[in-house]
Design a protein around this ligand. Structure first.
Ligand code: C5P
Length: 290
């Protein structure tokens, strides 16, 4: 396989259409089940040949200093893992990230950048690693990274690293990020502290997503991390209420939060929902189809 001199890969954000936490494990992680939907909101990762590994962020959104470093680190960790798997630790590249996905928001931005970095370096360096091999490397970088390497809707299990593709109809959402971050370890710890409530069997929800029955899907959305996070951050519940009052089919916190997503009937309904909640915007997932 021949190497290229520059490669650009989009890094779509994700939404957890449902997130069911089954219990704490001995290794510090939690056993979970989730349906991850890639979204039209995406960062962009470009890699070019360089003497050493370096990450540069062009932020199109406001980033606080601490959060800035966090996103960069996961892409760098992914790049180091790729260098180890292909070409040795001396391998270099400049990794440039156009950042649009809010950071520490439950939208998987850091994992998306890591996954896109791996896909781009695989091409730049002519590694020729198969999707499954990249996922096995990505699993060490973060629980969500294999799902982001898939770049399609997936059902995940285990700590998130067991990935199975699922065909779902494109849906439209209004998205409201918050002006405060939440961290995954905190959200999972709060779930433990609050007694660990486990959501319902997601069979009907998955069927509704597959068939595009948005009314049913709206009623079925759930995230077991939402109540513990909303208890500590009431803004999450307030935003959810505002979306439901505006006529959303359903609303939930994505991932470990604090971003709240509201399901719309169609694109113009999503516009209406976003207009009703200050700071909200519209996305579709999976992107591409109408
Ligand atoms: O895998 P990742 O580095 O993204 O996980 C960050 C943290 O989130 C873990 O250290 C753990 O505290 C928590 N987590 C969890 N169960 C999961 C995924 C993440 O408890 N399935």
């Amino acid at each position: 396989m021949t190497a290229s001199s520059a490669v650009t890969v989009s890094a779509p954000a994700k939404l957890n259409v449902y997130l069911r936490v089954l219990g704490a494990r001995d290794d510090g992680y939690h056993e979970l089940e989730s349906l991850l939907l890639p979204l039209s909101l995406a960062d962009e990762v470009s890699v070019t040949e360089a003497k050493k590994l370096d990450v540069v962020v062009d932020a199109e959104i406001e980033l606080s200093e601490g959060l800035h470093a966090g996103g960069m680190n996961l892409a760098l960790v992914a790049a180091l893992a790729m260098a180890e798997a292909c070409g040795g630790p001396g391998r270099g590249a400049e990794i440039r990230i156009v950042k649009r996905i809010p950071v520490a928001a439950g939208l998987g931005g850091g994992s998306a950048d890591a996954a896109a970095t791996m896909l781009a370096l695989n091409e730049l360096w002519g590694c020729g690693l198969a999707r499954g091999q990249l996922m096995a490397i990505g699993e060490r970088v973060g629980s969500d990274v294999p799902a982001m390497i898939a770049r399609e809707p997936v059902l995940v299990r285990g700590r998130g690293e067991q990935v199975a593709p699922v065909h779902v109809v494109t849906t439209w959402w209004a998205v409201k990020p918050s002006d405060f971050p939440t961290r995954s370890p905190d959200a999972y710890r709060w779930w433990d502290e609050d007694g660990g409530a486990v959501g319902p069997d997601p069979g009907a929800l998955v069927a509704a997503a597959e068939s595009g029955n948005v009314e049913l899907l709206g009623h079925a959305l759930f995230n077991d991390l939402e109540a513990p996070v909303a208890r500590r951050h009431p803004a999450v519940a307030h935003v959810k209420r505002a979306f439901l009052d505006a006529g959303a089919l359903g609303a939930l916190m994505s991932g470990s939060g604090p971003t709240v997503m509201a399901l719309a009937r169609h694109m113009s309904h999503a516009d209406q929902l976003a207009a009703a909640v200050p700071g909200a915007f519209v996305v579709s997932g999976p992107p591409g189809a109408g």
